[in-house]
Write a protein that binds this ligand. Structure first.
Ligand SMILES: Nc1ncnc2c1ncn2[C@@H]1O[C@H](COP(=O)(O)OP(=O)(O)OP(=O)(O)O)[C@@H](O)[C@H]1O
Ligand SMILES: [Mg+2]
Length: 356
């Protein structure tokens, strides 16, 4: 295995800059997830690293070898595509063996590796089948098998689970996590599914419009989002936002809310007229039983998921969503007073997170 270093990579299609001077590193053995919305350049970036697309400048290093000048097959990496790309007329065993065969491996070695890979992925009983005789999850496993059989230095995964149903996706997520542990593999994994990113990653890189928004451990991305984009993109239901300003007493006043931020505001932010945005996650809104409420509104909709409830609160502003325990005594039409759990408020100035 090896580390991956990407430096100053840019890419344009015609006039449109799709990747904008990206630099990042994936450490040896790290599971790194590239997370971002559709069209932000994730696949393009993987294809550049794999050598399937040419960048306009920059360098790519795998281990201690510069690879951006090398042909794709000499880069010693494996690419698992979203579409699996299995050969329909070949059996599972032949699909697995294919990449070794084209590289001229000895027959006995190929057989040994096919058996080993099949055992690792639980494909032992399926080796004689054709892809069309497999379920989605099994096909997915064969696609992963074709990647790991070569023992490459680096794995690139492009949304490998997005074709599967929710249950299977959860199951395969667990399998990938175990596989990563066992192989100690270096992985760059692309997804727009934040649950996948949060559960699989050692490190998440959040991408928007071809630029890195934040890099960090999942907990860091979730609890200390660097800017409004990351705060709004990660988390479901989405973080609640309100615009307003802080008065002389350190009270944030929005259209339909007020929060005491006197302890949180950095000294360099002027009180009085500085426009700010505050953010609060649905699970951090609680009922203000007594004492001052930050928000007063009316329950509009209650989505009961069994394990918890999403309570939509209508107010004078754009409304709020709170995530509450199933026994929370809230009914549509009822009045509700909310406050923020201690220390759970986020403050943004010009789109960037500030505060202590
Ligand atoms: N060959 C191409 N020619 C022109 N534009 C392209 C080409 N390939 C990609 N693009 C554009 O580049 C942008 C990034 O595409 P890319 O496929 O990398 O997005 P993505 O992040 O992988 O999205 P998704 O999550 O939908 O797969 C998109 O706006 C896309 O339309
Ligand atoms: Mg893509």
């Amino acid at each position: 295995m090896a580390s991956l270093t990407v430096q100053n990579i840019s890419k344009s299609f015609g006039q449109a800059g799709v990747i904008k001077n990206l630099s990042f590193e994936v450490r040896d053995g790290e599971f790194c997830v590239l997370l971002g919305p559709s069209g932000c350049g994730k696949t393009t970036l993987l294809r550049i690293i794999a050598g399937l697309e040419e960048a306009s400048g920059g360098t790519i290093v795998i281990g201690d070898r510069r690879v951006d000048t090398l042909a794709p097959r000499d880069r010693d990496l494996a690419f698992v595509f979203q579409t699996y790309a299995l050969y329909p007329h070949l059996t599972v065993a032949e699909n697995l063996a294919f990449t070794l065969e084209v590289r001229g491996a000895a027959r006995a070695e190929i057989r040994r590796r096919v058996d080993e890979t099949a055992k690792t992925l639980g494909l032992d009983g399926l080796l004689a089948r054709k892809p069309r005789e497999l379920s989605g999850g099994q096909r997915q496993r064969v696609a992963v098998g074709r990647a790991i059989i070569r023992h490459p230095k680096l794995f690139l995964f492009d949304e490998p689970l997005s074709n599967l149903d929710a249950a299977l996706r959860g199951e395969m997520r667990g399998e990938l996590a175990r596989l990563h542990k066992r192989l100690g593999a270096t992985i760059l994994y692309v997804t727009h599914d934040q649950a996948e990113a949060m559960t699989l990653a050692d490190k998440i890189i959040v991408l928007d419009r071809g630029a890195i928004q934040q890099t960090g451990a999942p907990a860091e991305i979730y609890h200390a989002p660097a800017n409004l984009f990351v705060a709004g993109f990660v988390g479901s239901p989405r973080m609640n936002f309100a615009e307003g300003a802080v008065n002389g007493a350190g009270l944030f006043i929005g259209e339909d809310c007020r929060f005491d931020v006197s302890e949180m505001l950095p000294d360099n932010v002027k009180r009085g007229d500085t426009p700010l945005t505050i953010g609060i996650r649905p699970e951090d809104l609680t009922i203000a039983a007594d004492g001052p409420a930050a928000i007063e509104g009316r329950v509009e909709i209650v989505e009961d998921l069994g394990s918890d409830k999403f309570v939509h609160v209508a107010s004078a502003g754009r409304g709020w969503v709170a995530r509450m325990a199933p026994e929370a005594p809230l009914k549509p039409g009822g009045a509700v007073r909310l406050r923020a759990a201690d220390g759970k408020l986020h403050i943004f100035h010009s789109g960037r997170r500030i505060g202590r």
